[in-house]
Design a protein around this ligand. Sequence first.
Ligand SMILES: Cc1ncc(COP(=O)(O)O)c(C=O)c1O
Length: 350
Amino acid sequence: MQITKVNKSRISEVDFDNLSFGANFTDHMFVADYKDGQWKDARIVPYEPLVISPGAKVFHYGQTVFEGMKAYKDEKDLVWLFRPDENQKRLNISAERLDMQAVPAEIFNEGLHKLLEIDSEWVPKGNGRSLYIRPFIFASEETIVASTSSEYKFMILLSPVGVYFSNDVKLKIADKFSRAANGGVGFAKAGGNYAGSFYPARLAKEEGFDQVIWTDDATHSFVEEAGVMNLMFRIGDKIVTAPTSERILDGITRKSIIEIAKDSGIEVEVRPITVKELIEASAKGELKEAFGCGTAAIISPIYAIGYKDQLMEMRQKGNRYSELLKAKMVEIQTKAGEDKFGWTKQVTFA
Ligand SMILES: Cc1ncc(COP(=O)(O)O)c(C=O)c1O
């Protein structure tokens, strides 16, 4: 792999105590090109603007997929990834649905580990901080004919981050807009899924909500997931979460939290959840907690959920599952506790 390093690091310009999510990038980035039927020219270069034709297909047809994962630094300054193979596989699941070239696991892993080695100083430690990792593939062929691209770029960017939402959030259940439909690309981390969600999210923000809870497109009666998070509800003392489907992203945090919860003796039910059921549970005082799960926030507690003109408020103040599960997850991710599931992978430096 060809490596070109910066002459001078920008690290001293970054305020690690006030990191806004995704706004700072490390000194280097990984790039590989798919051309003439193969991935080639894997390289690490200084983080800098790209030169891309305005005729590249990504700008016109949105043929792009991405991943989101994190690296953590432990007490001994060792760097750890959390279930990285899951992200590597999911990137290719997304790529297949968008008819893009898969990235071989060796290119993904070698690129990621080498990049993390070179920019390891940038992995922040403690206080909920971590290094967010953004692998992505986009269609770079220069032609605006509406068909699949024959050329791609695979890149990895690194961004030191702090806590995502520092406060509990208030979400609005979608009763008109949809994020995904059966047969569509909802299960993929396709750029367009997010582009299509910004407008409904903005309208929800104007009404005082932080994000939208997406419902099924056909009936808007089943709750599915939130902006960049899967959802869990504590009804009575059970956790209830929707099954993944072709409309919902198979979140790595979601499946990890399900396992941690079960291991902690909490009953978890994976089944479709209706809006009606949440309203009824709330009226009976049984909807005790709701929280989102995703790489960015890990667990983001929800204090209220709006549906049309109703507002459901979560009543559990102490002994919250969200806090217990987040603490257990963070302990595993940062190596502060035992990783009995074998989810963490050390980044080894050559
Ligand atoms: C739409 C959507 N749902 C759920 C998630 C959570 O997935 P994960 O836990 O793998 O980050 C994300 C974020 O990655 C997302 O974008």
